[in-house]
Design a protein around this ligand. Structure first.
Ligand SMILES: [Zn+2]
Ligand SMILES: [Zn+2]
Length: 331
């Protein structure tokens, strides 16, 4: 007998690949109906075998995308509408609020593509997919759809559009989907260059301080092993003795300089890639002026594609400090 259910899911469920996940799950259990984003939840109507629907609902909780956070699921019976297929429908606006996902560090799959010369996004600094990339920073309004993000100015090219519309693609409904043909570009203000990342790396290696726009504001960056550059940055920031945060290429590099417990490792590599305070093992070539009279270093891993590209080229720890003057809000 055909059973129908109406399901509403609350929590961090938009911008984390939830609708594609529901779509694939519904197909797996041969359920018909639809899924859509509302301003306050993800709403699903399904119909099919009672047993399949039950397993479908339990899988929603068990197999949700890695960065989703389900706070509550409401399920009620509904009269089957004899849907022929399962669809992702247009978002519905309604009163309410929606938890927005934070920006998510670039995922392993995107990193692999970023450094694969055969990939069409090879060295494309704005690579992303449903599992990673900017969210909070680009959202202008809810529900989370491309038209409500700062990406609405960039029209997807044919290839990107195809990925966006293919339910089996990792970029299915990835709102910031982009490529070198159709997406945003990187540049250095006042410098003509073919390759802004390579040029930035060169400047850093020569001891310059570079302001790098990332997610949510500017970082001032310099080579952490260049004593003169670190000192100059400290003067310019009027920073006194407060320690600077560092960005290092990978865990292995971090472990050369600091002790890392399993718990700290988990936080470092989490999707939000925060700064973690780590006990210094051996300062080595890092300037003493990074964290004067301190037994700890504030360290983070690269989290945007640009960070990864830069750190690979410079291959030294970088000071990464917010572009504001000390004690003023970030710009
Ligand atoms: Zn990704
Ligand atoms: Zn494109």
């Amino acid at each position: 007998m055909l059973t129908g259910k109406r399901i509403r899911i609350f929590g961090v469920v938009q911008g984390v690949g939830f609708r594609p996940f529901i779509y694939r799950l519904a197909k797996e259990y041969d359920l018909k109906g639809w899924v859509l984003n509302t301003s306050s939840s993800v709403e699903i109507e399904v119909e099919g075998e009672k047993d399949s629907i039950e397993r479908f609902i339990s899988d929603i909780k068990r197999k949700a995308p890695p960065v989703a956070r389900i706070e509550r699921i409401e399920v009620e019976d509904s009269v089957p509408n004899n849907h022929r297929d399962f669809l992702i429908k247009e978002s519905k606006e309604e009163p309410g609020y929606q938890l927005i996902s934070p920006d998510i560090a670039v995922c392993e799959d995107c990193l692999r593509e970023l450094f694969d010369p055969k990939d069409r996004r090879y060295r494309y600094p704005f690579i992303n997919c449903t599992n990673c990339g900017p969210r909070f920073t680009i959202i202008k309004d809810i529900p989370y759809d491309r038209k409500n993000t700062t990406m609405d100015k960039f029209r997807m090219c044919e290839d990107c559009e195809r990925e966006y519309n293919d339910p089996l693609n990792r970029r299915f409904h990835a709102q910031p989907n982009a490529c070198p043909i159709c997406g945003p570009r990187l540049w250095i203000e006042g410098v003509e260059t073919e390759d802004p990342v390579e040029e930035t790396a060169r400047l850093l290696k020569e001891g310059f301080i570079v302001a790098i726009k990332g997610l949510g504001g500017f970082h001032l960056a310099c080579d952490a092993t260049n004593h003169r550059a670190v000192r100059l940055l400290r003067e310019r920031k009027k920073r006194g003795y407060k320690p600077f945060a560092l960005m290092m290429k990978d865990l292995q590099t971090i472990k050369r300089y600091c002790y890392v417990t399993p718990e700290e490792e988990k936080i470092l590599t989490s999707p939000q890639a925060p700064i973690v305070l780590l006990k210094i093992k051996e300062l080595g070539d890092i300037s003493r002026d990074v964290a004067p009279n301190n037994n700890y270093l504030g360290v983070m891993l690269p989290y945007t594609p640009v960070h990864h590209m830069l750190l690979r080229e410079v291959s030294k720890p970088l000071v990464m400090t917010s572009g504001n003057l000390s004690e003023e809000p970030i710009c």
